[in-house]
Ligand binder design. Structure first.
Ligand SMILES: Cc1ncc(COP(=O)(O)O)c(C=O)c1O
Length: 395
């Protein structure tokens, strides 16, 4: 899926003690990677130490088991960094994600938490050793049972639709999830066919208020009372945030504390508790280096855009933190810029504004930070613009 061969990196400019931690070409600083680069595309950057720190914090302090939502960044290096940091469970959605994790983290426990899967995906997953399956309706539950030949070792997770009105920047309701009344029926239907039964929910991505998790746990408690069905697990989903300009969340510990408090208040603490973070583990540990191809006033035309790693900067108008990298001096004065991506599509625009030194010019490199989640993972090769170069920065 990804080419980490970094064929666009010149050998002579690499570190003398060049090695490939997690399979990536590594540099001490961004400037060294830029100097070694001979290609024409953007450069994706991973900071292994930042990913390690975020993962270790989550694994140690979340009151339950940590699953990594692979969709956030499926780069093999990210999977391996997380494994080395103690993450043992991986939330996958497709055959390719199953095979990718099996290849790079063969001992990982896989959870197929996509509520709607093809029959082939279910069969492939079961054969690959997956026993965790999510569902949100009777038809999907039926598919899982048929395609696993009514296996007696399934851990089934009912995905709930939460009542709307949370603080997430990207609500996920409306597409998946059983309503209250559907959930009561589905829990009763699934209980006799499940070796283990759980509930899962997602408060929405980039959740800004830890109290949303308490509200979700209160909802789960009410549902369980009504259904009168015994559960083994409760998966609190993802949604754990990363700081972006204008979107500064409370510290991660506040989320863990609220969840623990909710579990205690609502008597759910005896269940196996699961968290399914994507963004929180790798968001701050990755960035994109984009080169300025042209400047027109306050508009910068870059070699990376919304069809590359900047989808959310375009669609959600998120202002990612930015830094200018140039070998010579830059101005101390800063002004706001708008970015255009390289494709011919006029929707390929990131309005920002992104605050940069006022003398930005052609050939400068701009680092767009906190793009480790849902950045590189979303990139397409539309219009022939696609980067195959990922580097690690160790400093
Ligand atoms: C089922 C599921 N789990 C986990 C996640 C990860 O969410 P986040 O990156 O907000 O932590 C997602 C994101 O869409 C998801 O759909």
């Amino acid at each position: 899926m990804f080419n980490s061969q970094a064929s666009c990196l010149a050998q002579p400019a690499l570190l003398p003690d060049f090695d490939r931690p997690f399979g990536l070409p590594a540099f001490n600083k961004i400037e060294d990677a830029i100097q070694a680069f001979e290609g024409d595309d953007a450069i994706y950057v991973l900071y292994p130490q930042k990913i390690e720190a975020a993962a270790q914090d989550f694994v140690q302090n979340f009151p339950g088991k940590t699953l990594y939502a692979v969709k956030a960044n499926p780069h093999p290096a990210v999977l391996k960094i997380l494994w080395a940091s103690g993450v043992r469970g991986y939330d996958v959605a497709s055959i390719r994600e199953i095979d990718l994790v099996r290849e790079h983290c063969p001992e990982a426990e896989l959870y197929l938490m996509h509520p709607v899967k093809s029959r082939r995906t279910i069969r492939h997953a079961y054969e690959a050793g997956v026993r965790h399956f999510a569902f949100d309706c009777a038809a999907e539950l039926g598919k899982i049972l048929v395609e696993t030949n009514d296996a007696d070792d399934l851990h089934l997770h009912l995905r709930l639709a939460l009542p709307t009105g949370g603080s997430a920047s990207m609500p996920l309701e409306g597409k998946y999830g059983a309503t209250y009344h559907e959930a009561v029926e589905l829990l009763r239907t699934a209980r006799p066919v499940a070796a283990k039964l759980g509930i899962c929910f997602h408060v929405g991505s980039q959740c800004m208020d830890p109290a949303d998790y308490i509200k979700a746990l209160s909802y789960v408690q009410g549902l369980l009372e009504k259904a009168d069905v015994k559960l083994e697990s409760l998966d609190c989903g993802g949604g754990f945030p990363v700081a972006y300009p204008g979107l500064t969340p409370p510290p991660m510990q506040a989320y863990f504390d609220r969840i623990q408090k909710g579990l205690d208040i609502f008597g759910l603490g005896d269940l196996e508790i699961i968290g399914e973070p994507g963004r929180a583990l790798c968001g701050a540990g990755g960035s994109t280096l984009a080169r300025v191809e042209l400047r027109k006033g306050r508009d910068l035309y870059l070699n990376e855009g919304s069809y590359g790693s900047l989808f959310d900067a375009a669609q959600c108008a998120w202002k990612y933190p930015v830094k200018l990298h140039r070998s010579s001096e830059t101005s101390d004065e800063t002004i706001g810029f708008r970015f255009f991506g390289p494709t011919c599509d006029s929707m390929d625009v990131m309005v920002g504004p992104f605050e940069l030194p006022e003398d930005v010019r052609e050939e400068d490199w701009i680092e767009i930070c906190h793009l480790g989640a849902y950045g590189q993972a979303m990139a397409t090769d539309f219009n022939g613009f696609q980067s195959d170069t990922t580097v690690a920065i160790l400093g």
